[in-house]
Design a protein around this ligand. Structure first.
Ligand code: ZN
Length: 141
């Protein structure tokens, strides 16, 4: 199996069996993001506790890349410190814009192949940018 096939399989697995799908209840914040170029919509809800992302969920519709990336995001971010979540958002965005992937990002590696298709980069970053905006809004309260 080629690396591209493997990556495709990881993305399809998250798309068909999304992790942490739904809405956190009660949530500290709910944020919606959209990528009109592709028709992707993502809603991110989360709850913080003692500086940790206690729970994070997503809901939405759109292409496999947008939904799979959001699924991977919730899996990775849940239970992490807010600062670590912010660092991971930065790492994902840097990767999608051509930098090497840092170690330990698990399934996110599968999104590297998307970089070859600039139109799809917005799909892959949608959930992350929505999460970033949610965290920024919480920090400003
Ligand atoms: Zn898309």
């Amino acid at each position: 199996m080629s690396l591209d096939d493997l990556y495709r399989e990881v993305i399809l697995d998250h798309y068909s069996h999304p992790r942490n799908k739904g809405t956190v209840d009660p949530a500290d914040i709910v944020r919606e993001g959209a990528n009109p170029l592709c028709g992707d919509e993502i809603r991110v809800s989360l709850r913080l506790r003692d500086g940790l992302v206690e729970d994070v969920r997503f809901d939405g519709k759109g292409c496999s890349i947008s939904q799979a990336s959001a699924s991977m995001m919730t899996e990775l971010i849940k239970g992490k410190r807010v600062e670590e979540a912010e660092r991971l958002i930065g790492a994902l965005k840097a990767m999608m814009h051509g930098e090497d992937l840092i170690e330990g990002l698990g399934d996110l590696e599968a999104l590297q192949g998307v970089r070859k298709f600039p139109v799809r980069v917005k799909c892959a970053t949608l959930g992350w940018i929505t999460l970033e905006q949610a965290l920024a809004e919480l920090a400003s309260r």
